[in-house]
Design a protein around this ligand. Structure first.
Ligand SMILES: Nc1ncnc2c1ncn2[C@@H]1O[C@H](COP(=O)(O)OP(=O)(O)OP(=O)(O)O)[C@@H](O)[C@H]1O
Length: 298
C-alpha cells in the first residue's frame, strides 16, 4: 500500500507537486499518468526518499521510506534506468545489490531469467546496453528483494512491443500475487493496457483518479446504422444530443433508450456500445495541450 497525503514540493517559486493525495492499493496496478513535467518523477522521488517534500507525506506500507527497516526488501524502485553504473556488467549490478540486501547469489540468476536478460547479455557492461535492456535490468534490481511494493517511473520507455507486453504480464502477476504496483507514464495507452486504477496529474495537481473502468466509462453511446442520417434525425427528434463522428453517432443516452428509438423508426442498428475511452482521452489531450501552452512540454 502506498499512501500520499497532500504532498507538495516547491522549487523556489515554482510548485512542481501541489497538494497531491492518492493511494495505490495492494493487488492492483495503479497507473500514474501525466504529460511531461506534470510532477510524476518528483512525486516518486519523494516516495523513494530521494527528495524532501515541502509539506505533506508519502507512506509505503505505513512508513516513510527512510523509516523502512530494509527498504529493498519492502519496496522495489526504478526511477531512472540510465542511472545505473555504466562501467559494471548487468550481473555485477545485481550481485552488489543482492549482497547489500543479504540475498543469496542464486537470486541474481533468478532475476536475470525473470526479466529475460541472457547469460551473455548479463556479462556486458551497462554502458553497452540498449535502453530496453537497461529497463529490464532496472526492473530486475527492483524485484531482487522480493518486495511488496513496486514504484516504477516510465518503465516502458525504450521497450519494444514484445517488451511492453512482457512487462504488462510481469506487473499483472506481481499485483495478482498481492503486491502493490505504481507505475508512471506520459502515454495513456500504456497505462490503459495495464492499470486497474488510474491517477491523472497535470501541472502538479491531481485532476482525476479512480478505477480504470470508472474513468473510461463514458456518458456517451456509440451507435452505427446503415441509415445514419435517419437515425440521427430520429434521435434528435427524441431530444437526445447526437454528434456524427467517423461513420457513427456519439449520443448522450443509454444504449437501451437509443435502441428503442431506432426500432421505433424502423432503422436497423449495426453497432451499439458505450463510447469507451472518450472522456479520459479528451481530458488527457486537454491536459497535454494546456501543459504545452505553459511551455513545459519536453
Ligand atoms: N530540482 C529541480 N529544480 C527545479 N525544478 C524542478 C526540479 N525537479 C523538477 N523540477 C520541475 O518540476 C516539474 C515537474 O517535473 P517532474 O520531473 O516531476 O515531471 P514528470 O511528470 O516526471 O515529467 P516527465 O514525464 O517529463 O518525466 C517540471 O516543471 C520540472 O522542471
Amino acid at each position: 500500500m502506498i499512501t500520499v497525503e497532500s504532498l507538495t514540493k516547491s522549487y523556489g517559486g515554482y510548485t512542481a507537486v501541489d497538494h497531491v493525495s492518492f493511494t495505490a492499493a495492494p493487488g492492483r496496478v495503479t497507473g500514474f499518468l501525466g504529460p511531461n513535467g506534470a510532477g510524476k518523477s518528483t512525486t516518486m522521488r519523494i516516495m523513494a526518499g530521494l527528495t524532501e517534500p515541502s509539506s505533506g507525506s508519502a507512506h509505503i506500507l505505513g512508513r516513510r521510506f527512510a523509516e523502512l527497516p530494509n527498504p529493498g526488501r519492502e519496496v522495489g524502485v526504478l526511477l531512472d534506468a540510465s542511472a545505473q553504473h555504466a562501467g559494471r556488467t548487468g550481473r555485477e549490478v545485481l550481485r552488489i545489490n543482492a549482497r547489500l540486501m543479504g540475498l543469496p547469489g542464486s537470486r541474481v540468476d533468478e532475476m536475470l531469467d525473470a526479466v529475460g536478460l541472457t547469460e551473455e547479455e548479463s556479462l556486458r557492461r551497462v554502458r553497452n546496453y540498449s535502453l530496453g535492456m537497461r529497463q529490464r535490468l532496472g526492473i530486475a534490481s527492483a524485484l531482487l528483494g522480493d518486495p511488496e511494493v513496486l514504484i516504477l517511473d516510465e518503465p516502458a520507455n525504450g521497450l519494444d512491443p514484445a517488451g511492453i507486453r512482457w512487462m504488462r504480464d510481469l506487473l499483472r502477476g506481481f499485483a495478482d500475487g498481492g503486491g502493490t504496483v505504481l507505475l508512471s507514464s506520459h502515454l495513456l495507452n500504456e497505462i490503459e493496457v495495464v492499470a486497474d486504477d488510474i491517477v491523472v496529474i497535470g501541472l502538479g495537481r491531481i485532476v482525476a483518479s479512480g478505477t480504470k473502468a470508472d474513468l473510461l466509462a463514458s456518458a456517451e453511446t456509440l451507435v452505427r446504422a446503415d441509415d445514419l442520417r435517419g437515425l440521427h434525425a430520429a434521435l434528435v427528434g427524441a431530444g437526445l444530443a447526437s454528434t456524427p463522428a467517423d461513420g457513427a453517432l456519439l449520443v448522450s443516452g443509454d444504449a437501451g433508450h437509443i435502441g428503442r428509438i431506432a426500432f421505433a423508426a424502423g432503422i436497423a442498428v449495426t453497432e451499439l456500445r458505450a463510447a469507451d475511452g472518450a472522456r479520459l482521452e479528451e481530458m488527457f489531450l486537454e491536459l497535454t495541450a494546456s501543459t504545452a501552452r505553459e511551455g513545459n512540454a519536453a
